[in-house]
Design a protein around this ligand. Structure first.
Ligand SMILES: Nc1ncnc2c1ncn2[C@@H]1O[C@H](COP(=O)(O)OP(=O)(O)OP(=O)(O)O)[C@@H](O)[C@H]1O
Ligand code: SF4
Ligand SMILES: [Mg+2]
Length: 342
């Protein structure tokens, strides 16, 4: 296994032994469609862990199930099958005290930050609300905490008197980040929180999130279409396709030498920082309401073989990562040899 210094977290050793914050065990999410006549499997056989202080990117094309996965992790949707554990507690079964703890410890930055903020509240009120709700400061100290949060996300103190409608897209995202931090969480989950912004504002926000994650030791789940953004921001990546995690492991190792043909396809169309993902793979994408027998990637896979038509590959452990493929690409060392021989 090759190693990298770029994304090695100072607490990597601690993370490796720390019990997971989240464990998803064979999670499935099925939505009824066509008035209940048919079913759409938005998540299928999801196995995932998130440890304290770890940053994980969920990457995949539109409709691959990223937001559904996040919603299931946040308890906003109930898994149809399998289990979602927060620590050792089943998310579907939290008592009121555990639910309050969960609401404080797991903060969510919505895909549409602006509409998630009450337009009738000032930024100061928006940031004070979670501090008061979770009783994190004496009332005389709330103002100072709001100022500190604004400083932490790089907004001037005067922003506290403004309304969300008076702020730019980038400023609104910063407010959303500050509001997430206000509850002093252990995990921040951000769904496409830089999409739709111009490139330099995106870069500033990504740097902010990256610094926060590194400086505070927060765990982070970041949803993105963009493998480049994923690798820049997160130590680990999980690549999704039609509801299944196809490959997951350390970002740098996966980017350097993908082992799932789908990840390789994504990388060959290496996304530009400012453009949505386009995949260079040919072939039809099956409907998630009508998945084929066997591997769901068979219609686009350059490595497809006969058994791929009948066997649905589940995630399995290969050295340093997990891959859902019957015929994975060779490990990095062999890929280099093949390149050298070509
Ligand atoms: N409430 C719902 N009812 C029916 N189908 C749904 C529902 N929510 C999501 N889906 C379907 O589940 C699949 C996964 O959707 P999801 O929103 O999780 O994808 P995504 O990866 O977040 O996409 P995007 O990148 O466009 O945000 C899609 O086929 C979607 O149409
Ligand atoms: S199982 Fe077969 S079709 Fe699916 S990704 Fe692997 S090689 Fe391709
Ligand atoms: Mg989404």
């Amino acid at each position: 296994m090759t190693t990298t210094t770029m994304h090695t977290h100072p607490d990597a050793a601690r993370q490796a032994v720390a019990p997971p914050l989240f464990s998803l065990l064979d999670v499935e999410k099925v939505f009824p469609i066509d008035g209940g006549r048919r079913q759409l499997k938005a998540l299928d056989g999801i196995r995932l862990e998130l440890r304290p202080g770890e940053s994980l990117a969920l990457v995949g094309e539109s409709g691959s199930g990223k937001s559904t996965l996040v919603r299931v992790m946040l308890g906003l949707e109930k898994a149809s099958n399998g289990r979602v554990l927060f620590g050792t507690r089943d998310l579907g079964n939290l008592d009121p005290a555990a639910r309050r703890k969960f609401a404080r410890e797991v903060a969510y930055i919505y895909q549409d930050a602006r509409s998630s903020l009450n337009p009738r509240m000032t930024v100061g009120e928006l940031l004070a609300e979670p501090i008061r709700l979770h009783q994190l400061r004496e009332s005389g100290e709330v103002g100072a905490r709001v100022d500190a949060l604004l400083a932490q996300v790089g907004l001037p103190e005067a922003t506290r008197h403004r309304y969300p409608s008076e702020l730019s897209g980038g400023q609104v995202r910063r407010v959303a980040v500050a509001r997430a931090l206000a509850s002093e969480p252990r995990v921040i989950v951000a769904d496409e929180s830089v999409a739709g912004l111009d490139v330099s504002v995106q870069a500033q926000l990504l740097n902010l999130l990256r610094d926060l994650q590194r400086d505070t030791g927060l765990a982070m789940v970041f949803v993105t279409h963009d493998l480049g953004v994923a690798a820049y921001l997160c130590e680990r990546v999980a690549v999704m396709y039609l509801g299944r995690i196809m490959e997951q492991g350390p970002s740098q190792a996966i980017l350097r030498a993908p082992r799932h043909p789908y990840t390789q396809g994504l990388l060959q169309a290496f996304p530009r920082f400012d453009a949505p993902l386009t995949v260079s793979l040919k072939g039809e994408i099956p409907s998630p309401a009508n998945l084929p027998q066997g591997c769901r990637f068979q219609s686009r896979c350059p490595r497809v073989e006969e058994d791929c038509r009948t066997i649905d590959p589940v995630q399995r452990a290969l050295p340093g990562r997990q891959v859902a493929c019957l015929h994975p690409l060779p490990a990095a060392e062999l890929q280099h040899l093949q390149h050298a021989a070509a």
